[in-house]
Design a protein around this ligand. Structure first.
Ligand SMILES: C[S@@+](CC[C@H](N)C(=O)[O-])C[C@H]1O[C@@H](n2cnc3c(N)ncnc32)[C@H](O)[C@@H]1O
Length: 176
């Protein structure tokens, strides 16, 4: 499991502890991985790897190895749109056929009003950085289609967030 934008690393610890069958690979942009490493060391978890420095805006930092799944929590509204495109380019490059992409956060849908709390959050994000903001689900879905992903789930979460997950087309050879 490759995690993009792991932040403090607390999600990586919490999730990898509860999913011991997975090898969890956290990451964040260069210079932002110290807290993840501190949490990893504190946890002592064997299935939690040292964080990688992955910048969605710099393909030279992207891993060469492939992954079975990729998770990105509370990040696509923080980074600029080029970064969101970078995320899907990365997915196109490293996610194995049959693998899953999971995104968590607020999204705007064309067929419904944005919730007032997310409208306020969007304004706050844009005041802080005009290139950030609550993303249009349809625009993100288009990027997903462009790298061969098909939507598997879209579920409401607390505080007007969504859980979205996609599967990459194709088959993975079974080794057993
Ligand atoms: C709101 S935080 C979310 C952190 C964590 N996933 C969470 O939910 O607590 C957004 C994360 O995106 C990361 N980020 C910002 N720009 C990035 C970039 N260009 N490449 C990779 N990560 C980036 C930040 O360093 C930060 O950890």
């Amino acid at each position: 499991m490759l995690e993009i934008g792991s932040g403090t690393g607390q999600h990586a610890v919490w999730l990898s502890e509860r999913l011991p069958q997975l090898v969890w690979q956290p990451s964040d942009q260069p210079g932002a991985t110290a807290s993840i490493e501190a949490w990893r060391r504190h946890s002592g978890l064997k299935n939690l790897r040292k964080p990688l420095e992955i910048d969605l805006l710099d393909a030279a930092t992207w891993p060469q190895a492939s992954c079975d799944a990729l998770v990105c929590i509370n990040t696509v509204h923080i980074i600029c749109w080029e970064g969101v495109k970078g995320l899907f380019d990365l997915v196109g490059r490293v996610l194995k056929p049959g693998g899953l992409l999971y995104l968590y956060g607020p999204f705007r849908y064309a067929d419904r009003e944005l919730e007032p709390s997310n409208e306020q959050f969007d304004l706050w994000l844009k005041q802080r950085d005009p290139n950030s903001g609550v993303r249009d689900f349809e625009a993100v879905a288009e990027l997903a289609s462009s790298v061969g992903l098909s939507l598997q789930g879209d579920v409401a979460m607390p505080a007007n967030n969504r859980s979205l997950w996609w599967k990459k087309q194709g088959f993975q050879a079974c080794s057993d």
